[in-house]
Design a protein around this ligand. Sequence first.
Ligand code: ADP
Ligand code: MG
Length: 253
Amino acid sequence: MDDAILKVVDVSHSYYTKKGAVLEVIKNMSFDVKYGEFLGIVGQSGSGKTTLLKIMAGLIKPLSGKVLYKGKPVTGPTPAISLVFQEPVLFPWLTVLENVVLALKRVENISKDEMIVKAQSFLDMVGLSGFENSYPGELSGGMKQRVVLARALVTNPDVLLMDEPFSNLDPLTAISLRREIDMLRQHETLPPTSVVLVSHNVEEIVELSDRVLVLTSRPAQVTGEIVIDMAKPRDRRTPRFYEYVDAIFTLMS
Ligand SMILES: Nc1ncnc2c1ncn2[C@@H]1O[C@H](COP(=O)(O)OP(=O)(O)O)[C@@H](O)[C@H]1O
Ligand SMILES: [Mg+2]
């Protein structure tokens, strides 16, 4: 049996600039996301990571190649694949609870009451009980990113794609949110979601990933793969941790 839930098959993509020049962003990229794995993808800023995730989520159609979800082509956004952007995107005129319920309205055929109960339970899981009736404008950046996470997980996606979700948070908030992502994945009520995290932050990728793909700078290609064989939670101050970090930097340079 194929152990891949998502397959990126020979994907290439370019942008056309206003002056008519072609900017080649992704070149002949192929890799698999396996069932239940935490896949890290690390590359420098501008290397094409956001473009890659948008292609995987069905938001951009690549110029060539394809993305397969359980063997079928991804041709547009699907509730099975959730994307968390770098900047938390929430509707400012809706409460925290309403923002999460909205995600359920798009996919589930359940009663309003059931939606509220479900949204509430995911807000509890990300540590936001008590803030259901707050508006996004009243929350800190870290809390907004938690709402986004609850909204991304409430529909039980099979694949969670995360685009540098910690990069705009203050360091302490980033630390606690990284830990929580790991704990959420072990939560018994959640299905074993596959996670793809893209980041330029090598330490963050080593801390969280089971397997890491290293990208070249633009156009992005996979230049190496490293399996991180360390128990979680991982201590960044160990020699072993730094061996992995060094190995990735070597591949990036
Ligand atoms: N819609 C667009 N039109 C033209 N160029 C773009 C567009 N989106 C991104 N780019 C360019 O493509 C390159 C890769 O961007 P991106 O995928 O955002 O990289 P990363 O997320 O790794 O920083 C960058 O040089 C960026 O300026
Ligand atoms: Mg980006």
